[in-house]
Structure formats: structure tokens, C-alpha cells
Ligand binder design. Structure first.
Ligand SMILES: Nc1ncnc2c1ncn2[C@@H]1O[C@H](COP(=O)(O)OP(=O)(O)OP(=O)(O)O)[C@@H](O)[C@H]1O
Ligand SMILES: C[C@@](O)(CCO)CC(=O)[O-]
Ligand SMILES: [Mg+2]
Length: 327
């Protein structure tokens, strides 16, 4: 039995634009998904207590047998389990063990579908745990690459390498197309996260931006301008100037808003953080609902968000310099 964990992430800058080849800077945070893999004779059994579909906790046997605890459409369960199914397929491939059976247990403290990269953390940890269980040790970058193939497949081709690379490597990273690297020397960033309790549909939101970008040159220019913010931001990041980083985060949020991926609750959390004198605040991830990230080393934004209508949870999440690891 092997347990591995991998971190979630926030985007300091660059989500959505990264899908069109602009650079992005995601940062791993101290919230993780833990996956335990145990080799069994055949098939795949998954325990995922954090995942609720129509109010039912999921216990799933991927070998075609319906499990009695599940009373929702099998197709819904299949969709929910797609990440684990594909991660296990990658592990079987890496170990050259196509028939290996697994029992997989998943638990984490990253809200699902909220822009904090729970899917990437799940896939990265699952590939690591399942390959180690089969006696194969992949490097973090090999895991990142296989995890990207999984996100790409499950999300119908709508995925960048950003979430999976960041989760596998930890720390602050820079992703531009296939060029992925860790940004050295960034050990701490004062992230405060506000969560509206909701979720956005990543595929739909990415498709919406793609449509706008196709219809209006100024929408395409907006995507390029986000890339410009990232290029500016990465040079500011090494100076540790939070005031300017925050200013660029605010700008980035404005452009994401213009692209139609913010929401009333995300905007109101962003404004609550700014009113409390955070250096800056923006939505993180695909948007539509979920989380914002503010930069604030005081407790002011944290306190303000606690009392902001529409903000269900608020927490500090330090930069996690560790990526995937065996527990
Ligand atoms: N702890 C978990 N247990 C079971 N499934 C999980 C868990 N964490 C993530 N998942 C899977 O990942 C899906 C959420 O992935 P999705 O990409 O929509 O959101 P996210 O990764 O949290 O946010 P984003 O991609 O915007 O950063 C869940 O619906 C589920 O299938
Ligand atoms: C919206 C997006 O840029 C980030 C989602 O966390 C999509 C992706 O990069 O795969
Ligand atoms: Mg995801």
C-alpha cells in the first residue's frame, strides 16, 4: 500500500490566456489531495468520500459492476471518476502492467471545481501512488507529463500544462505552451483565499473565452494583454514587491472579468479584499464561481472576507514549495 499527496494551486497570473500559448504563473498551496493505492487481483475500486454526486458519496467499482452504495446514473459516476480511471491507465502503462488491479482511496482538503486545481492534485498523486505500488519510481516531471495527458483527455482537449506541472513540482512555476519551469527563489507569498462555495464548469468557461476571442479582435487583444501582465509580473515577483504584484493581480482580474469569466460573488470577494487594503485580488482558475486569491500579509482581508456575503469560507494558504511526495 502506498500513499502519495500533491498540492493544489492558485494562479498568481495568467489563467485562460495560458490556453492560447501565453505564459502563466501558478503557485502551489498548502492544501493537498492524498491518494492511497493498493494493488489487488484485478479491476479498479475507488473510495472517494469527498466527492458527492446528487448527494451520494461515491464508492465505485470501475470493472463494470455497479456498487450498491451508488444510486446515481452510472454515467455521472463515470464522469466523476474519469480522472482516477485515466491516472490508473497511465500508471499501468508506465509500469508495463496492463492488467494490474487497484484499490484507490482519495481524500483531500481542496474544494472541488473551485479553481484550486483539485483535479490536477488528484491525478498527480494517483499516478505517483499507483506507479510506486507497482515498483516504478517516476520523476516529478514524468508525473507532470502523464498527469497533463490525463487532464487533456478528461477535459476534452481543453487543458494547459499549468495545473499539473505546478502540482507535481510545487512552488511557483511558469508555464508557456510546452515550456514548463520552476521559478527559483520564491519561498513565500501571503495568499488569502476566499471561497463562495460554488464551482465553475472549466470546459464551458474555456469555450466561452474561445468564442469571444474568435468573434472580437479586442477579445484576442485582451488575452495577449494578460500575457503582458504575466511577463511584467514575473520580473516583479523576483523583487518581492507585493504592492506592484497586487496591482498587476488587480489588472489581471479586470481583464478576466472583461472576458466574462468572473461572477457577482467572485467580484464581491475581490472588492472586499481590496477594501481591506490587500495588495491585490483576483479570481483564480477557470472562474464562474469558486475562489479568489488576495495578497495580504495582515489579517485584514481575512477578517473582511469572513463577513462578506457570498463568501462561505476564507483561509490563508501558504506557498507550498513541495510538489508530489510519498507520505
Ligand atoms: N478529493 C477528491 N475526491 C474525488 N474526486 C476528486 C477530488 N478532488 C478532485 N476530484 C475530481 O476533480 C473534479 C474537479 O475538477 P475540476 O477541474 O472541475 O476543478 P478543480 O481542479 O478543482 O479546479 P480548476 O481546474 O478550475 O483549478 C471533481 O469533480 C472530481 O472528479
Ligand atoms: C482556465 C484554465 O487556464 C485554468 C483552470 O485552472 C484552463 C487550463 O489552463 O487548463
Ligand atoms: Mg481542474
Amino acid at each position: 500500500m502506498v500513499t502519495s499527496s500533491a498540492p493544489g494551486k492558485v494562479y498568481l497570473f495568467g489563467e485562460h490566456a495560458v490556453v492560447y500559448g501565453e505564459p502563466a504563473v501558478p503557485c502551489a498551496i498548502e492544501r493537498r489531495v492524498h491518494v492511497t493505492a493498493t494493488e489487488i487481483d484485478e479491476g479498479l475500486r475507488i473510495h472517494a468520500n469527498d466527492l458527492q454526486l446528487d448527494g451520494f458519496t461515491v464508492e465505485y467499482s470501475g470493472d463494470g459492476e455497479s456498487h450498491p452504495d451508488v444510486d446515481v446514473a452510472e454515467s455521472l459516476v463515470e464522469a466523476g471518476m474519469g480522472y482516477v480511471n485515466e491516472a490508473v491507465a497511465q500508471a499501468r502503462d508506465a509500469a508495463d502492467a496492463p492488467g494490474a488491479g487497484f484499490e484507490i482511496s482519495v481524500e483531500g482538503d481542496i474544494p472541488l471545481g473551485a479553481g484550486l486545481g483539485s483535479s490536477a492534485a488528484l491525478v498527480v498523486a494517483a499516478i505517483d501512488a499507483a506507479t510506486r505500488e507497482l515498483g516504478v519510481g517516476l520523476s516529478a516531471s514524468e508525473i507532470a507529463d502523464r498527469a497533463y495527458q490525463v487532464e487533456h483527455a478528461v477535459q476534452d482537449g481543453q487543458a494547459s500544462r499549468a495545473d499539473t506541472f505546478c502540482s507535481a513540482m510545487g512552488g511557483a512555476v511558469r508555464v508557456e505552451g510546452d515550456d514548463c519551469r520552476r521559478l527559483d527563489g520564491i519561498d513565500t507569498l501571503p495568499f488569502v483565499i476566499g471561497y463562495d462555495g460554488g464551482a465553475g464548469d472549466t470546459g464551458e468557461l474555456v469555450a466561452g473565452v474561445r468564442d469571444l476571442r474568435g468573434r472580437y479582435d479586442f477579445a484576442a487583444d485582451t488575452v495577449t494583454a494578460i500575457g503582458d501582465i504575466v511577463r511584467e509580473g514575473e520580473s516583479v515577483l523576483v523583487t518581492g514587491d507585493y504592492e506592484r504584484l497586487g496591482e498587476l493581480m488587480d489588472f489581471n482580474h479586470g481583464l478576466l472579468s472583461a472576458l466574462g469569466v468572473s461572477s457577482r460573488s467572485l467580484d464581491s470577494m475581490v472588492w472586499a479584499a481590496r477594501d481591506a487594503d490587500a495588495h491585490g485580488a483576483k479570481l483564480t482558475g477557470a472562474g464562474g464561481g469558486g475562489c479568489i486569491v488576495a495578497l495580504d500579509e495582515t489579517d485584514d482581508a481575512l477578517t473582511a472576507l469572513k463577513y462578506t456575503p457570498g463568501c462561505e469560507d476564507v483561509f490563508r494558504a501558504g506557498l507550498d514549495t513541495d510538489g508530489v511526495r510519498q507520505e
